[in-house]
Ligand binder design. Structure first.
Ligand SMILES: Nc1nc2c(c(=O)[nH]1)N[C@H]1C(S)=C(S)[C@@H](COP(=O)(O)O)O[C@H]1N2
Ligand SMILES: [Mo]
Length: 373
């Protein structure tokens, strides 16, 4: 089990890269995201505070729904399971800061490469079904999410993080109260016994160790909602500026992104290899992936990848392509996904912002065919 203070035990998560030990933050190298469904052992971890204490009986864990509702509810996991229809969807969970390390100059926050993401099968009930059972008042307009984890100084008075979404997002069928991941009880480190999964939007909305959903009559203002947290400047900023006083808006849908999961960066092929198989994953926040293309020559020519259709909305697309090599030597593979609204990924990080959100620069994988010249 994790040490609650230090919390840097990554046993069961071999191969992940530690970005911070307290709070515990670890990302998945892209080549370990080669499974259709990300196994728990390869699923990234992002904590903003310390870990909550152990839970004796997961079925007795309870969540309160209150605020702008007709009938405030306290429901145990057992009651959620017995009162509402079960839903299982495979959905991407991605940290809002994924890709941050590619901003120049460096932005504030954990230096994610492209591995602050995973795609798991989540089982639970639609938050909307629970909110309808509580009866939404006309004044209901936003959610506020609360978890049992103390903040990074160990305080339980202040939430490590408490974010929320506009009601329309909360009422989507795919916004779930989750107790199982990949068919197993939700692991503690991923928020078990109960978490939210709010797909397509920053992972920070998917509150772990969920204790309360407060329905509000205005935009929620908990830690992670104000200042520059999970907000983007309305007007593009000069890279490196401190963002003081700029007008911002909340981050909503995550941008389109693709990763190459094979070959791994640095792979060497035997001399004379003229054809290589490339594969990966792509996703696009609230939108769909329209296509994925791959280049070996810095974008001079592109090869369209074949895509496996997503199982359900918010699932990622798995893609593969066969690339022909003109000869031995060094190559860089870039993959570029385009979403259903025609938006694609840049070669160079665009849209610099002080906290480094929304960097969907293309993933680069370098390979060598034959011996080093
Ligand atoms: N209670 C709680 N929930 C939380 C967080 C947290 O620090 N505390 N971190 C959020 C962030 S920023 C992300 S990206 C996801 C990560 O989920 P994971 O650790 O299961 O991958 O959890 C979110 N839910
Ligand atoms: Mo995150």
């Amino acid at each position: 089990m994790q040490d609650r203070k230090a919390g840097f035990d990554l046993s069961g998560k071999e191969g992940l890269s530690l970005l911070s030990d307290t709070p515990l933050v670890a990302e998945t190298p892209e080549e370990l995201l080669d499974d259709e469904t990300t196994p728990v052992a390869r699923f990234f971890i992002r904590n903003n505070g310390l870990l909550p204490g152990p839970t004796a009986d997961p079925e007795a864990w309870s969540v309160v729904v209150d605020g702008e509702v007709e009938r405030p509810l306290r429901l145990t996991v057992a009651e959620l399971k017995s009162r509402f229809p079960h839903k299982t969807f495979r959905m991407v969970l991605e940290c809002g800061g994924n890709g941050r390390s590619f901003f120049e100059p460096a932005a504030e926050g954990n230096p994610w490469t492209h591995g602050g993401v995973g795609c798991a099968e989540w089982t639970g009930v639609s938050l909307g079904d629970v909110l309808h059972a509580a009866g939404l008042k006309d004044t209901a307009c936003f959610t506020g999410h609360f978890g049992a984890d103390p903040d990074k100084h160990g305080s339980r008075e202040r939430q490590a993080m408490s974010r929320g979404v506009p009601l329309a997002k909360a009422l989507e069928e795919h916004t779930l109260l989750v107790w199982a991941m990949n068919g197993e009880p939700l692991p503690f480190i991923h928020g078990g016994p109960l978490r939210l999964v709010v797909p397509g939007w920053p992972g920070s909305l998917s509150q772990k160790w969920l204790t309360r959903v407060w329905i509000r009559d205005r935009e929620h203002d908990g830690p992670g909602m104000t200042g520059l947290s999970y907000r983007l400047p309305v007007r593009p900023l000069t890279p490196g500026s401190d963002g003081t006083g700029v007008q911002t808006r909340i981050l909503e849908s995550m941008p389109v992104r693709s990763i190459v999961t094979a070959p791994a960066d640095g792979r060497r092929y035997p001399e004379g290899t003229r054809s290589i198989a490339v594969r990966g994953a792509a996703w696009a926040g609230d939108d769909e992936v329209a296509r994925v293309e791959v280049t070996l020559d810095g974008g001079a020519t592109w090869t369209e990848a074949a895509m496996t259709p997503p199982r359900n909305r918010y699932d990622w697309v798995r893609w593969q392509a066969t690339l022909t090599l003109p000869g031995d030597g060094y190559y860089e593979i870039f993959a570029r996904a385009t979403d259903s609204r025609g938006r694609s990924q840049p070669f160079r990080a665009a849209g610099w912002n002080p906290n480094g959100y929304g960097c969907n620069v293309m993933h680069r994988v370098a390979i060598m065919v034959g011996p080093e010249a």
